[in-house]
Design a protein around this ligand. Structure first.
Ligand SMILES: [Zn+2]
Length: 336
């Protein structure tokens, strides 16, 4: 059963991260969507409307509806290797095309972004309670941090329960995860967080095969583009919060990403995906300066709400919340 009227154009963009039937051992604790569920979702979309298949350009598909009724776009974030190794062959089988949002830091000297470092350390190395303890000890040891802030980031019950009502749109987070995000976004600045998380990463993560298993390479991205898929820009560093990442820094980071993508693909993508859904004035003006025509957000929430054209603020539904029969799906529909 479909919720959508069959004659009014509307766009639904689904956001995916890790997809595996069986993840490689080194990533086995990373939260992921089962490949079989992914295939089921594609088939549901196909029966409810039109799924992007590359027969028109992506910007035309997004901005100028060529079909009546609902149309669907599958989008994949964060330069992940499973997108070229697992997702692309599946899309080929289903005769649809995807939009892959690529951040470029991993293509410089085998680097990891702090986003992926925190994702791996949070879920792969320790039990979550232990992770919060080790994170706290690392901050105490490595950062110059006031007694007052140190008290705020201590993983004790009253601090954790104080975060219960934060991030109300992200229903699947535990209170401990909310507390960690509060530390990251509200207490520590980008630099301090990156310092703490990278020193934990060096100490506890074996990095030998990790980079190769985690990230797609430049030639993987070239193969996706050659196969008719779309590549979207997604910043270079992938900041996770506007704190400590503002002003010209945003523009420079966007330009660096554009340049690396242009050099790799032979063209600059005309669409952008906000890293972690961050949407601020700095991003709005930087994207305009850099010549992007449309931009995807993460979910329906944003760190700060700014007034931009709808094309620069396209909502997405997380694959974990994807349910075509649910009324809550309507929050993610773009009336373009
Ligand atoms: Zn991302």
């Amino acid at each position: 059963m479909s919720l959508f009227p069959s004659d009014e154009p509307c766009l639904v963009v689904v956001m995916y991260h890790f997809i595996y039937e069986d993840p490689p051992k080194i990533l086995k604790h990373v939260p992921h969507l089962k490949l079989s569920v992914f295939v089921e979702q594609i088939r549901q979309m196909k029966s409810a409307g039109f799924v992007f298949d590359g027969s028109v350009s992506l910007s035309d598909f997004i901005l100028n509806s060529h079909v009546k009724g609902p149309r669907f776009l599958l989008s994949f974030d964060d330069t992940l290797r499973c997108h070229s190794s697992v997702v692309a062959p599946t899309l080929d089988n289903e005769n649809v095309k995807g939009a892959f949002s690529v951040y470029t830091k991993p293509w410089e000297d085998g680097q990891f972004t702090s986003l992926e470092m925190q994702r791996l350390i949070q879920y792969s190395i320790f039990h979550y309670d232990k992770f919060l303890e080790v994170f706290f000890e690392t901050c105490r040891e490595k950062l110059i941090i006031s007694e007052k802030d140190l008290e705020k980031i201590k993983p004790k019950n009253e601090n954790i329960t104080a975060c219960t009502n934060l991030y109300p749109n992200d229903k699947f987070y535990s209170n401990e995860e909310r507390f960690f995000r509060f530390i990251r976004d509200e207490v520590l600045k980008f630099k301090d967080f990156e310092l703490a998380i990278s020193s934990m990463f060096e100490k506890y993560c074996s990095q030998d095969d990790l980079h190769k298993e985690l990230y797609m390479t430049r030639s993987d991205a070239q193969a996706l583009a050659k196969g008719g898929h779309s590549i979207l820009a997604h910043s270079h560093m992938h900041p996770f919060s506007p704190a400590g990442f503002e002003g010209n820094k945003v523009y420079e980071d966007i330009i660096k990403n554009s340049q690396i993508l242009s050099k790799t693909l032979g063209f600059q993508p005309n669409g952008f995906t906000y890293p972690c859904g961050i949407k601020t004035k700095d991003y709005a003006s930087a994207l305009q300066r850099a010549g992007y025509k449309f931009a995807l957000t993460a979910g329906e929430y944003n760190f700060s709400v700014i007034d931009v054209p709808q094309a620069m603020s396209i909502k997405r539904v997380d694959a974990a919340q994807f349910d075509l029969t649910s009324q809550s799906m309507m929050a993610f529909v773009n009336h373009i």
